[in-house]
Design a protein around this ligand. Structure first.
Ligand code: FE
Length: 274
């Protein structure tokens, strides 16, 4: 399929992801906007098409070209060892979580993209609702896990909230402790599998806490996640069994506040939705 035709038909989720990523430096999915960070640039995609080295003379100027579309997602490596988050997250859990579960979402996202591409080529859209659902689930899982790893650091290495982030938290929740209490409650009370998300809304420049089921449900459009905690059982069951609250309480010892603060600083610069 030509680039032109691909673009014309690129009104599925992937088209939106690519377009917004290019225009705003963020990736939007499941109601959340994901913000790639400087210093957090392990690739979420394996490759993008390279520019034509011999463009047609009549082609539009580089400024007018559509951005290249990602072709495949890849599993980003961890920036720490499997046992680096001990004793709060054990090495076996972290290895299985990253190498098996996260990898599964990457594989699922790529499979959904491949199925959507095949649907475009064949013109058979009978299963487009299924493929769209699969893409939202698996790609949201990939993006949330990628953020989750960056949001954690070994004990004593995470720093503290920056002054601007601390002020925003106090404005939204009253205090850091109140935010932590609410986020913990949000996480513990997820029905089944899901996440608690501290996010930023560019439209009103506020922080808020969301509860996400699976990887993509109950999200709010435009929210940029800054800090997320995974409360699927695969995140904690080996060590904590059914004691999800104990896992969440321990997880706070691992929060990489320097990363969260940097994400907040970058999110504050966005004006697309204001
Ligand atoms: Fe997980």
């Amino acid at each position: 399929m030509s680039d032109k035709a691909d673009h014309d038909l690129g009104r599925d989720v992937m088209g939106e992801v690519s377009r917004r990523a290019a225009l705003h430096g963020v990736i939007a999915l499941g109601g959340l906007w994901f913000l790639p960070m400087a210093g957090c640039e392990r690739p979420l995609v394996a490759s993008v098409p390279q520019p034509d080295p011999n463009p047609h003379p009549s082609s539009s100027s580089p400024m007018e070209k559509e951005p290249a579309m990602p072709t495949e997602y890849t599993l980003p490596p961890l920036s720490y060892a499997y046992d680096a988050l001990e004793p709060h997250i054990d090495a076996q859990t972290l290895r299985l979580h990253h190498d098996m579960h996260h990898a599964g979402y990457v594989k699922g996202a790529n499979a959904a993209l491949a199925n959507l591409e095949q649907a475009r080529k064949s013109g058979d859209y009978n299963l487009v609702d299924l493929y769209s659902k699969k893409l939202a689930f698996h790609l949201s899982g990939h993006l949330l896990h990628s953020l989750f790893w960056e949001n954690m650091a070994p004990v004593g290495k995470g720093g503290e909230p920056s002054k601007p982030l601390d002020a925003a938290i106090r404005a939204a929740f009253g205090s850091l402790e109140a935010m932590k209490a609410q986020m913990s409650a949000v996480a513990v009370s997820v029905e089944g599998s899901g996440w608690a998300v501290l996010g930023y809304h560019p439209i009103d420049q506020q922080l808020s806490l969301l509860q996400c089921e699976n990887h993509e449900k109950k999200a709010v459009w435009g929210t940029i996640p800054l800090l997320v905690v995974d409360v699927w059982e695969h995140a904690y069951y080996l060590k904590y069994q059914n004691k999800r609250a104990d896992f969440v309480a321990a997880w706070w010892n691992l929060v990489h506040w320097n990363d969260v603060s940097a994400r907040y600083a970058k999110a504050k610069t966005l004006t697309a939705l204001r």
